[in-house]
Ligand binder design. Structure first.
Ligand SMILES: Cc1cc2nc3c(=O)[nH]c(=O)nc-3n(C[C@H](O)[C@H](O)[C@H](O)COP(=O)(O)OP(=O)(O)OC[C@H]3O[C@@H](n4cnc5c(N)ncnc54)[C@H](O)[C@@H]3O)c2cc1C
Ligand SMILES: NC(=O)c1ccc[n+]([C@@H]2O[C@H](COP(=O)([O-])OP(=O)(O)OC[C@H]3O[C@@H](n4cnc5c(N)ncnc54)[C@H](O)[C@@H]3O)[C@@H](O)[C@H]2O)c1
Length: 453
């Protein structure tokens, strides 16, 4: 017998959880379907555990730096503290009772299993079927993209899940991919004593960001003892009792390590979701959505599955729009012009909007400036660990910022003002005529605004 609901949400990651909870709070009868853990990737194997690791790694680095400013600091890094905090405090042993209880308390009917569309407003889970009066929200996230490298599939390679849950660090690790996961994990593991190598196929790390950001990440990782190989293509991967052997194109000597982490981006599987039953292309990389995140009649999609940026804040932003749309409340369309992202390396590497290259490719008349954090009073006071810069990208014809990169000890926090500026198109002339607190890191923004030439 088909069960009825107002809304069925498939996937209870950050976005799905938000939609389900908010619609239930608004009085709708909501079914939330989850195949693994309520909360999704972010709290158990992604954002939260990685940032717990990074916090610990930064403490280790700061203690090591302290001899210059405060006298010798002693720190003996102990991974068990990090792994224990992730296991016991963050993920509760990778269980989701708390998250599930939270949703159930709001009135959401949580159903365990793999959901699949069987037609417009219809979903099957195991032998149960649901008909959704208002519609279905797809919030099924993404999984690691495993590149088609010879031999790799047959090896016990790690993905983010293994790296985030490991109770012990390997003695050595190769990381395939120098994107956000690669650089964050490499720096932490190196700081805790693991001999780490990052192998990036592209010209530089963090290839989607400004080239100066990628160079900064490379310098920071090398300073922590990470071996960084860019422009490097892998020909073959093998695994033996003593670990991994990785052969590179055009290089004689193979790379060897105890563990191999694959961090080469994310992908989505739409075919098993039954998207063909609602007229969507099952081989597409993402579910196409309009400004209200609608993907068809009575169908919405949010989060990684929409291909708009694999970030928790994107999923949660889209969730708010979907809730409003389902409740029939008018509101603005999704706007990704000022999409912010922060890579939590030390220094933090944050950016919003367009890179210089993207802005030029759009045919804009672009003005840029780049100012090192160390040139500011606060940067000088901070001393060791001050590496970083602020780079601004101005649409000179319109006199507004269309992109910015903020790196440094507080790069992610400094980004906030730049995020507001890009999103709300505050004229550069007005940004210049503002009072910037002394001596903060964000005063570098003022200097960079003055330097726009
Ligand atoms: C190591 C790492 C670190 C990261 N750090 C950050 C960070 O610092 N900041 C940031 O913003 N982002 C970060 N991200 C990205 C972030 O984790 C994702 O963008 C975010 O989790 C996506 O949320 P989502 O709502 O799309 O769903 P997901 O979190 O991907 O969850 C989707 C859920 O749907 C379930 N599901 C899938 N298919 C079905 C089905 N058919 N039926 C039922 N359930 C299903 C899954 O089991 C899962 O629980 C990181 C990612 C990784 C891997
Ligand atoms: N702080 C954060 O917000 C944060 C942190 C981690 C992850 N994330 C999200 O998770 C997503 C996935 O992270 P990711 O680092 O896996 O992906 P990514 O897309 O950020 O980077 C993947 C990197 O792998 C490289 N690559 C691809 N194939 C390769 C190959 N065969 N050999 C060598 N290099 C190869 C790419 O050139 C790219 O630089 C990111 O897109 C990001 O949105 C966010």
């Amino acid at each position: 017998m088909t069960e009825q609901a107002d809304v069925v949400v498939i996937g209870l990651g950050p976005g799905g959880e938000d939609v389900a909870g908010a619609l239930a709070d608004a009085g709708l009868d909501v079914v939330g379907i989850e195949a693994e853990l309520v909360g999704g990737e972010c709290p158990y194997w992604a954002c939260v555990p990685s940032k717990i690791m990074i916090r610990a790694g930064n403490l280790v680095a700061e203690a090591r730096r302290s001899f210059l400013l405060a006298g010798p600091g002693e720190v003996t890094p102990a991974w068990s503290r990090v792994a224990g905090r992730i296991r016991d405090e963050a993920t509760h042993g990778w269980t989701d009772q708390l998250a599930t209880d939270r949703l159930v308390a709001k009135g959401v009917r949580v159903v365990r299993g793999t959901g699949r569309l069987t037609g417009p407003r219809r979903v099957a889970v195991g032998d149960r079927t649901f008909a959704a009066r208002r519609g279905v929200v797809l919030a099924t996230g993404s999984r690691p993209r495993i590149p088609p490298v010879a031999g790799l599939a047959a090896t016990p390679y790690w993905t983010n899940r293994d790296a985030m849950a490991t109770p012990e660090l390997p003695t050595s690790m190769l990381i395939l991919g120098g994107g956000a996961i690669g650089v964050e994990v490499a720096q932490v593991f190196a700081r805790f004593g693991c001999a780490t190598t990052v192998v990036e196929g592209g010209e530089r790390l963090l290839s989607r960001e400004e080239p100066e950001a990628g160079d900064l990440a490379g310098t920071a990782l090398r300073a922590d003892g990470v071996t960084v190989l860019t422009d490097t293509r892998i020909a073959r991967v093998d695994h033996h009792a003593d670990g991994f052997t990785v052969r590179r194109e055009g290089a004689e000597a193979p790379l060897r390590a105890e563990r191999l982490l694959v961090a080469t981006g994310r992908t989505t599987d739409l075919a098993p979701l039954g998207v063909d039953t609602v007229g969507l292309e099952p081989t597409a990389h993402a579910v196409p959505t309009d400004g209200q995140l609608r993907a068809g009649a009575g169908l919405w999609a949010i989060g990684d599955v929409t291909g708009r940026g694999s970030f928790t804040h994107v999923s949660m932003y889209q969730a708010k729009i979907v809730v409003r749309d389902i409740l029939g409340r008018p509101g603005p369309e999704a706007d990704y012009r000022a999409l912010p992202r922060v890579t939590f390396t030390d220094p933090e590497i944050a950016a919003v909007g367009l890179t210089e290259r993207q802005a030029r490719a759009q045919g804009r008349h672009v003005r840029t400036s780049l100012v090192p954090v160390a040139a500011s009073t606060r940067g000088w006071i901070h001393g060791p660990g001050t590496d970083g810069f602020v780079k601004l990208v101005e649409d000179a014809d319109r006199g507004v910022l269309v992109g910015a990169t903020s790196t440094g000890p507080a790069g992610g926090e400094v980004l906030y003002g730049l995020n507001v500026a890009v999103q709300t198109e505050v004229p550069v002339a007005r940004l210049r005529h503002m009072i910037y607190t002394y001596p903060t890191f964000h005063r570098v923004v003022e200097t960079a605004l003055e330097a726009l030439g």
